[in-house]
Design a protein around this ligand. Structure first.
Ligand code: 4NP
Length: 164
């Protein structure tokens, strides 16, 4: 862990306006619900800088609102300094995974990078598909996959924190 007080989780996709801000909002909500917000910090970033400074995509925000989430983080680009700042880094798909690993300065940094769907409990999908050019069903699928994998991820984080 980067310090003794909090475990820091970073979700990463391509643009940081659809999948990773949704993962951030969903994970923050379950962390808060379990009273762990003083132990776990959550952020998100994108491997590309096309949308830096923007709110999440309005479609992602609307689909999230329907399920009771608020996605309101501003897009930022992933940088190699994130390897120092975070304990675990979750990639939404293989392209994100490879682009993150390319920036890893050492083996300890590489070991922090995981595929989000490795924490899924009930889906066979191996990645969270980019919904940007999809219809409503693409955004709903993203939320289904993220709700499930965020549950699995929280179990792993709690284990690492020796909670339960
Ligand atoms: P995200 O989705 O990686 O889940 O934020 C995308 C957002 C924007 C673009 C592609 C994917 N884009 O090409 O601008």
């Amino acid at each position: 862990m980067s310090d003794n007080t909090t475990y820091k989780v970073l979700f990463v996709c391509l643009g940081n306006i659809c999948r990773s801000p949704a993962a951030e909002g969903i994970f923050k909500k379950i962390v808060r619900k379990q009273g762990l917000n003083n132990k776990i910090e959550v952020d998100s970033a994108g491997t590309a800088g096309y949308h830096v400074g923007e709110l999440p995509d309005s479609r992602m925000r609307q689909h999230g609102t329907r399920r009771g989430y608020k996605f309101d983080s501003l897009s930022r680009k992933f940088t190699s300094s994130d390897f120092d700042r975070f304990d675990i880094i979750l990639a939404m798909d293989d392209s994100n995974y490879n682009n993150i690993l390319r920036l890893a300065p050492d083996l300890d940094s590489e070991a922090k990078v995981h595929r989000m769907m490795d924490f899924s409990k009930k889906y066979e999908n191996d990645h969270v598909p980019d919904p940007y050019y999809s219809g409503a069903e693409g955004f709903e699928l993203v939320l289904d996959l993220l709700e499930d994998s965020c549950d699995g991820l929280l179990e792993k984080v709690k284990k690492d924190l020796s909670i339960q």
